[in-house]
Design a protein around this ligand. Structure first.
Ligand code: HEM
Length: 422
């Protein structure tokens, strides 16, 4: 499987040699964000959640960068809860996403990258390609719930075959992951809830069963779990690593894949360019098309941070704002990716944009460690789907994106696959 460098920001040669008509699309929320960027770029408000809490958001690219590059001031609000849920009790075990001390974070990152390697992109591509092709081929001339049977199922296959965590009941495992992810990365403050603890119990049980089986089997190089057996003595460390990876993986790639598919079906021009790249076998361009579609409909508005001490954002500009200690700050990457003071032609679908325009994987200390794996997985998942001639929404409500109850995570979207590829 070829290694494709999607993150370089280099344009694929086949993109520059062809000149497709520009595809323009303005996501509805960007009308509001566009006005706010001019008149109130650092909005702030108070919410009873349930006690009164101060909130602020930074909407400009420059201010988002400032907030996300100061982990000494703006910390992740879910650190404690993430530790607790990893063990089911205090003090818990930390994982990189919940660490704001740069030295501690980087020390754990190095240990993680020792078992969760960049070279594994090829393994993940192979698993995703095999499962996606089988799934799409089986329904040619019919309909496919592309979220449930493809976009969520492929990461679960990767959990089993690459991470080394067998899953018996896929539905309850996915539901538990979606609940955990929404709880940790949704609107702060993050407070302990019995139903979330029950979901964490389900995920921990699956991971613990896998650890016990792996301890009996001994170290092996073929899975992340097998490699961890060789280097990590404490089960709590192994569990924190795998739990962090799985929670960062299955719900996130489901939401990203679901949003990419929705954008492709909304804006036909995006699907046409993506399909052309897939038919040419240009995986670099295919990846660029998919992640450009994700820029229009990212996984969320952006990450939240907690301001640890009074701080002035954008100190040298008219918009400067003193953020008070205890304020929850939304680093609104969704807005920053359309900030025309920094991003060229933000509303023109431009695969292969410079990497500074792309914040889908975050920025700074917590930049997504799974980005390369996610890209490989989504390219191979979408490839057999987008080459289907006449791919479109199924009739009726089934053809529209539906989400898990009370959450932002896609659950179903049925597509029509008329029959022949190309
Ligand atoms: C398209 C899919 C994905 C998207 C859009 C995505 C997005 C993100 C974002 C925005 C962050 C930063 C969060 C913050 O600053 O608070 C992040 C961090 C992270 N992601 Fe992903 N992610 C994806 C897939 C994955 C996968 C497949 C894995 C692992 C297998 C993963 C593991 C992580 C981890 C461990 C972090 C924390 C990194 C650190 O703190 O150094 N993600 N991701």
């Amino acid at each position: 499987m070829p290694h494709v460098d999607f993150e370089s920001g280099e344009r694929s040669p086949s993109l520059s040699s062809r000149r497709p008509a520009p595809v323009r699309y303005v996501p509805p929320l960007q009308y509001l964000l566009g006005v706010l960027r001019y008149v109130w770029p650092i909005p702030h408000w108070v919410l009873p959640t349930p006690r009164l809490h101060r909130f602020a958001a930074v909407l400009l690219r420059e201010d988002v960068e400032e907030v996300l590059s100061r982990p000494d001031i703006f910390t992740v609000p879910f650190a404690g809860e993430m530790r607790r849920l990893a063990d089911g009790s205090w003090p818990g075990t930390p994982f990189i996403l919940g660490m704001d001390d740069v030295r501690e974070h980087d020390e754990q990152l190095v240990r993680l990258m020792n078992v969760f390697r960049l070279d594994d992109v090829g393994i993940v591509s192979e698993i995703a390609q095999r499962h996606a092709s089988l799934t799409v081929d089986a329904v040619k001339g019919g309909e496919l719930d592309a979220i449930e049977k493809l976009i969520t199922d492929v990461p679960l296959d990767i959990c089993v075959e690459y991470l080394g965590v067998p899953i018996k009941d896929r539905r309850s495992f996915t539901e538990a992951l979606v609940g955990l992810s929404g709880h940790l990365f949704g609107l702060p403050p993050i407070e302990q809830k019995p139903d979330v603890d029950a979901k964490a119990d389900i995920v921990r049980q699956v991971v613990d069963d896998a650890i016990h089986a792996a301890r009996r089997a001994g170290p092996s190089e073929s899975t992340v779990m097998g490699r961890l057996m060789g280097v990590e003595r404490r089960d709590s460390e192994v569990r924190a690593f795998l739990l962090g990876l799985i929670v960062g993986f299955v719900p996130t790639t489901t939401i990203a894949g679901g949003h990419i598919l929705e954008m492709m079906l909304r804006a036909g021009g995006m699907l046409r360019m993506t399909r052309a790249a897939a038919l040419e076998g240009d995986e670099a361009l295919l990846g660029q098309c998919l992640f450009e579609a994700l820029r229009y409909m990212p996984i969320n508005c952006g990450p939240f941070r907690l301001c640890e001490k009074d701080y002035v954002v954008a100190a040298n500009y008219w918009r400067r704002k003193r953020i008070r200690e205890g304020t929850f700050v939304l680093a609104c990457t969704m807005s920053a990716m359309f900030d025309c003071s920094r991003v060229q032609q933000p509303f023109v679908f431009t695969p292969g944009r410079p990497s500074v325009d792309r914040l889908q994987f975050g920025l700074g200390l917590h930049w997504c460690v799974g980005a390369f794996i996610a890209q490989a997985q989504l390219v191979q998942t979408f490839k057999p789907l987008v080459i289907q001639h006449g791919l479109g929404r199924a009739r009726g409500s089934a053809g529209h994106l539906r989400r898990w109850p009370k959450s932002i995570f896609p659950q179903h979207l049925v597509v029509r696959i008329p029959g022949k590829s190309s």
